[in-house]
Design a protein around this ligand. Structure first.
Ligand code: HAM
Length: 418
């Protein structure tokens, strides 16, 4: 990520942070690597991540460690380990952290990517699901993500899954010969995951498979209807997709995924769902929870595709020029004092000629060039080409006054950054 990439990346992070601040989320970060068991147990042995995609290694004491492939299991591990279930619930946290997955790299799919994610732990209310989904909708819309689509499903809970599983296994058994080897494996480990298969022949078979959405128990059906009604009311368009099961073993009830048109095969820009059993799996009390993860790099590709890629270049208020080395210290002091006033200031550091310095001032979109000369300072407006002179004693006040009289008082002061 080079400085030019960071302009847009920072805009995405700032927008996310503002959205979390408006909703009362606290920030959390978890270690870059943890005990392999955190992910193997948390994400689930039958998931692709655990089976094929983890960066796992032994350290010098032969402990098995894994680079964080996703954010939910470690957040729940921390929630239990730090007794956060004793705090007023729900606990609402967000993170922006790198994730590591051993996948074949391609456009939008990297072995190291960064997720903006959020988890609401300790809330069963459909409003928690709807709040997260609506928040993402606002974030994506604000960034101008093109061709935004939200798919939504409910995959039930321990009350409705067993009966559906039986029907599904019987169906898959009857059509076994038409399914791929990987689906045969899924039939043994987690039959619901067959719906994740990308193989067209399997997809054709699965059109007729019994869907969980048709076998939800009363409370799951009511919960799902609640989420959808709230999203409708908030004006968040969604489509029901009864094959959206997502690739983690921890999900229960709501699952969702946002995609953006024009990204090619890797079009999922965010996804998540409910995981009501995960806190208990980590040794905590039964605690319902819901969350999402959103890939920053894909979001940047989507925003760039919509023409939002050229985030405004950083704005410079004053470019301090030096026409004579004897004024090096005064010009350095002026730059520092202007910065202390909250202005964005660059000082010439490359020994250019005065003409070269003014060219550079224009390249960095400076509003004013302060040219330090032997008999005083020349303030030169880069926008209007006006000039005024001042002496070193009054340079600070004069520059500030002059600046506030040119193009209003708008300033680029230290932006909040993530
Ligand atoms: P996930 O769907 O695996 O969910 O990842 C979330 C998002 O991360 C994806 O929608 C995508 O935008 C991005 N992403 C995933 N893998 C890559 C990759 N290799 N390269 C670039 N971007 C990628 C989770 O990880 C869950 N922990 C989300 C969650 C939170 N569910 C509940 N709480």
């Amino acid at each position: 990520m080079l400085p030019a990439d960071w302009r847009l990346r920072q805009r995405v992070l700032d927008a996310a942070r503002a959205a979390f601040d408006r909703r009362g989320f606290g920030r959390i970060s978890t270690p870059t690597f943890e005990d392999t068991a955190v992910f193997a147990r948390g994400v689930g042995e039958s998931s692709d991540i655990v089976r094929k995609e983890m960066y796992t290694f032994a350290d010098r004491s032969d402990r098995s460690l894994t680079l964080r492939p996703e954010g939910t299991a470690p957040v729940v591990r921390a929630f239990v380990e730090h007794g956060m279930h004793r705090e007023p619930l729900p606990v609402k946290v967000w993170y922006a952290l790198p994730m590591f997955r051993y996948e074949a790299p391609q456009k939008g799919r990297y072995r190291e990517h960064t997720q903006i994610g959020a988890e609401i732990i300790g809330a069963a209310d459909p409003a928690a699901d709807a709040e997260l989904i609506a928040m993402l909708y606002d974030l994506y819309s604000g960034l101008g993500v093109p061709g935004l689509r939200l798919r939504l499903n409910s995959i039930g809970d321990s009350a409705c899954r067993p009966a559906h599983r039986e029907l599904l296994v019987a169906f898959l058994g009857r059509r076994r010969s038409e399914l791929c080897a990987e689906c045969h494996e899924r039939m043994e480990t987690n039959p619901l995951r067959v719906f994740d298969c990308k193989n067209p022949a399997c997809k054709a078979v699965l059109v007729d498979a019994p869907k969980l959405a048709d076998h939800l128990c009363g409370s799951c059906a009511e919960h799902f209807a609640g989420v959808r009604a709230m999203l409708d009311r908030a004006g968040v368009p969604s489509e029901r997709d009864d094959s959206l099961v997502r690739g983690f073993d921890y999900y229960t009830r709501t699952t969702f995924e946002y995609t953006s048109a024009g990204l090619g095969a890797q079009d999922a820009i965010g996804g998540g769902g409910r995981y009501d059993g995960l806190v208990e799996l980590f040794g905590g009390p039964p605690t319902p929870a819901v969350g999402f993860g959103c890939g920053i790099e894909r979001l940047m590709l989507a925003a760039a595709a919509a023409g939002g890629g050229d985030a405004e270049p950083a704005r410079v208020d004053v470019y301090v020029c030096v026409d004579d080395d004897s004024r090096a210290i005064e010009s350095f002091e002026l730059a520092e004092r202007l910065r202390a006033r909250g202005l964005v200031v660059e000082r010439e550091l490359a020994g250019r000629s005065l003409k070269g310095q003014l060219k550079q001032a224009s390249r960095v979109h400076a509003r004013v060039a302060a040219i330090c000369e032997s008999d005083g300072i020349r303030l030169h407006s880069m926008e209007g080409r006006e000039e005024t002179r001042t002496n070193y004693a009054h340079a600070l006040e004069e520059t500030c006054t002059w600046l506030s009289h040119r193009s209003g008082t708008e300033r680029t002061s230290a932006a909040t950054s993530v």
